[in-house]
Design a binder for this molecule. Structure first.
Ligand code: NAP
Length: 500
């Protein structure tokens, strides 16, 4: 796909659930929620919220597809063929999906084009992983053969956020269904359009009915009904830490395992020994990419005091030059924030920062241009210390917090002084400095002299309040399969004969 703006696409007037492969009729009565374009602030569709009864129907469909359907029992090559067909169909619809995502989530086209490619790749990658699932055999115990096999685990509740709807929903679904599981997916009610189309396209590609079911609605209604449903076997959740805690508590009461990908407040450490030009590019990409709405944002930028004045000056200069605009315009670097309430929350951190003694370096206001839309000026503050709330809380917008430090020890101490531990960034050309940081920083990923590079072969997830579990070939296989031991005598084994 080129970087020219995608063509306008059709938006459904009313977004309904997809259960057992069929969309529910658009004229059903129910609670409606407006779907808004954050660039124009216009209502572009309505979402019909799935209540508990509808969630029950979706879980029953997933249950039936798992307990009786072909999917878990299918020859792996046939299942792989379908997942490859899903990949190909998603690629064929890339322009349509990208347009829907930019229009509904406000994400800049460049981010979305990358997400769309990743979405398709996720299905291919985990289809291959599932086809390499293998067991074990043991024959050391005389007279017996023990066979250990993996089986699909069952029906998953899959819940995803609004900040990258296609990439994150597809990641959750693609780590789940290739192993033979079925699922019910609930995306965020703010951004239903692209994900609903993704699920439709998956069915057009040949996915059997009931393998992926879609319900839409608020977390407190639809999400809660799904997570607490007794018919599910596990929960895969990507979203905020507070929601993750609530979901884990609900799932725990029903003894259902959870995989949680949660929030972050990641340190981006820039040493005097770094290639400063690259570090500056990396720091800007780390905080302003995806409109600043990314769990893996480098939102605490720690700069060594020896280079701090010049680095911060240049960071501010570049922040002021960032192009805000229509996310569908390929030249826009930052689009609007996803919804009004979120914009207001991000802006509220300007006063919070000041109250804690931080200095506003640039931005801090709703943008004047474009005139419409929930645009926030790229914002940077210099914090007096790591206890300031802007250093401790995830702001999730184009809002950088800068801090200074003197020594490697101090940088590592500040980086680790956080309830989160999702990712971290280190910029230095000094090998011992890099190695110390890589060893001692408590985070699931350490990026050295590069931002945001993700390898699907490597597990991804967080330490501490950033999550439980990892997305990755082995870790996803472990979460989404059950292990069974079958023990068979190969000789006529002597048994005690009770009562003989
Ligand atoms: P959120 O408020 O936690 O919501 C995530 C999803 O959970 C939404 O679909 C939401 O529905 C649903 N939900 C809310 N309450 C629920 C409940 N009681 N039961 C079941 N579902 C419920 O997060 P968000 O604001 O959408 O997303 C931003 C957060 O996600 C940030 O903290 C970010 O760091 C994190 N994130 C983490 C990763 C990662 O890989 N670690 C990736 C991306 C984002 P509603 O939309 O109706 O609330």
């Amino acid at each position: 796909m080129t970087a020219s703006p995608p063509r306008p696409q059709q938006i459904p007037a009313r977004v309904t659930s997809i259960i057992a492969g069929s969309a529910l009729p658009a004229d059903l009565p129910g609670h409606d929620i407006p779907v808004v374009n954050p660039t124009t602030e216009e209502v572009i569709s309505t979402l019909r919220e799935a209540d508990a009864a509808e969630v029950d129907a979706a879980v029953r469909a997933a249950r039936k597809a798992f307990d009786e359907g072909p999917w878990p029992r299918m020859d792996i090559n046939t299942r792989k063929d379908i997942l490859y067909s899903v990949r190909d169909h998603l690629r064929r619809h890339a322009e349509e999906l990208a347009w829907l995502e930019c229009t509904n989530a406000g994400l800049p086209l460049a981010s979305v084009l990358w997400h769309v490619q990743r979405m398709a790749r996720n299905f291919e990658f985990f289809a291959e992983v599932a086809s390499t699932a293998r067991g074990e055999t043991y024959n050391q115990t005389a007279g017996f053969l023990t066979i250990v096999t993996r089986e699909p685990k069952g029906v998953a509740a899959v819940i995803s956020p609004w900040n990258a709807p296609l990439a994150l929903s597809s990641m959750r679904v693609a780590t789940c269904i290739p192993f033979g599981n079925t699922c019910v997916l609930k995306p965020s009610e703010f951004t239903p359009l692209s994900v609903r189309r993704m699920v439709e396209v998956m069915h057009e590609a040949g996915l059997p009915p009931g393998v992926v079911n879609l319900v839409n609605g608020r977390g407190s209604v639809t999400g809660d009904a799904l997570v607490s449903h007794p018919g599910i076997d596990m929960v895969g959740f990507t979203g905020g830490t507070a929601t993750g805690r609530a979901i884990a508590a609900t799932a725990g009461r029903n003894l259902k395992p959870v995989a949680l990908e949660l929030g972050g407040k990641s340190a981006n450490i820039i040493f005097g020994s770094a290639d400063i030009e690259r570090a500056l590019d990396g720091a800007l990409a780390g905080i302003y990419g995806n409109n600043g709405q990314q769990c893996l944002a480098g939102s605490r930028i720690l700069v060594q005091r020896s280079i701090a004045d010049r680095f911060i000056e240049r960071f501010v200069e570049r922040s002021r030059r960032i192009r805000l605009g229509d996310p569908l315009d390929p030249s826009s670097e930052i689009g609007p924030l996803c919804f009004r309430g979120h914009m207001e929350r991000v802006l509220s951190y300007v006063d919070i920062a000041r109250a804690d003694g931080a200095t506003l370096l640039t931005g801090g206001r709703r943008a004047q241009t474009p005139e419409r839309g929930w645009f926030v000026e790229p914002t940077a503050v210099l914090a007096p210390h790591n206890d300031a709330r802007v250093c401790r809380e995830e702001i999730f917008g184009p809002f950088a917090t800068l801090l200074t430090f003197d020594t490697v020890d101090e940088a590592i101490r500040i980086a680790n002084d956080s309830t989160f531990g999702l990712v971290s960034y280190v910029w230095s050309d000094d090998l011992p400095t890099v190695m110390r940081c890589a060893r001692d920083i408590r985070a699931g990923t350490v990026w050295v002299n590069t931002p945001l590079m993700r390898d699907l072969r490597a597990p991804f997830g967080g330490f501490k309040d950033s999550g439980i579990g990892r997305d990755g070939p082995q870790t996803s296989m472990d979460f989404f399969t059950e292990i069974k031991s079958t023990i068979i005598p190969v000789d006529a084994v002597q048994m005690h004969r009770y009562g003989a």
